[in-house]
Design a protein around this ligand. Structure first.
Ligand code: MF3
Ligand code: CO
Length: 292
């Protein structure tokens, strides 16, 4: 990253209206020192202003409400098109737009991924939830141009203890990741913590699909992976917003994509996969969850 030298008395790049020397000048100096040490640092466009954070927060209120609503209604016998309908209706009633719809050609308003489906399951009236299924509902909202993105697992009726443990440990993985979000440390440390927790419990983590910066666009930098590679990746810096969304497999980490619909990702070994997703803001002393 190359920073154009900013005149100390000119307005700060963040739009605060303050002079640069009284605003982000020290912040930039700190970033620059990390860059000299070899860290990958975020560009200014990844640093959210208080106004941006407010916008994402409001978008997330809808996202969370939609997932709550799904939690109230989801049950055996329901088809996944009905989940899509609830997402579309609830989002629009609250003034938002489902971000998934037409995203790179995705045909529905939400992703619904059941059992051995890792992600990007396409809702359909022909897919019926059965007792014992575990399902990820991955919901994303746009409000006034701001994006929120989070997902939850739902257990349909009684599920086997093995599946329940996968769902619970995957949630713990996200919590472990959240605790590892510390400003001025590389994001690979966070990903490594997630990976360790999954592996410690006998699971594997999907390598090819990760989290992402989010807020002013659906998918921004940085890439948020969960490889055992501490010390790597972009530096986490106050004002950055990204998702933590590991896909944890009961068996092997290998996956493949449906060649008929071009979207749905499955585990290669056919064993179940789980995912929880949160969107977090890096703060001065840790992280704040914006959408869960
Ligand atoms: N919500 C997913 C994510 O967490 C993205 C889904 S893209 C879609 O990043 F097109 F499949 F909807
Ligand atoms: Co996401």
């Amino acid at each position: 990253m190359v920073y154009k030298k900013i005149e100390r008395n000119s307005p700060c790049w963040c739009g605060s209206g303050k002079k640069y020397k009284f605003c982000h000048s020290d912040f930039d100096q700190k970033l620059f020192r990390f860059e000299l040490q070899g860290y990958e640092i975020p560009g200014h466009e990844l640093i959210k202003t208080p106004k941006d954070v407010e916008g994402i927060r409001k978008s997330a209120v809808i996202n969370v409400a939609v997932l709550d609503e799904i939690g109230e209604k989801i049950c055996a016998g329901m088809n996944t098109q009905e989940i899509d309908d609830i997402v579309a209706e609830t989002t629009r009633k609250m003034g938002g737009i489902p971000a998934d719809l037409n995203y790179q050609g995705f045909p529905k308003s939400v992703c619904t991924s059941i059992n051995n489906e890792v992600c990007h399951g396409i809702p359909s009236k022909d897919i019926i939830l059965r007792e014992g299924d575990i399902i990820n509902v991955d919901c994303s909202t746009i409000l006034d141009g701001y994006f929120s993105d989070s997902s939850r697992m739902y257990c349909i009726g009684e599920v086997t203890p093995e599946k329940k443990r996968l769902v619970d440990v995957t949630k713990e993985c996200v919590e472990v990741g959240l605790k590892a979000v510390k400003p001025w440390t590389p994001i690979g440390d966070m990903g490594n913590a997630v990976h360790e927790h999954a592996v410690k419990n006998g699971y594997s983590v999907v390598r090819e699909i990760g989290g992402h910066g989010c807020g002013k666009a659906f998918h921004e930098e940085p890439w948020v992976g969960y490889l055992p590679e501490p010390g790597t990746g972009m530096l986490m810096v106050p004002g950055m917003v990204f998702t933590i969304e590991p896909m944890v497999n009961m068996g092997k980490p290998d996956i493949f994509t449906d060649d008929k619909n071009g979207w749905t990702v499955y585990t290669e070994d056919g064993l179940p996969s789980a995912q929880w997703e949160i969107e977090v803001l890096v703060t001065e002393d840790g992280a704040e969850v914006l959408s869960w």
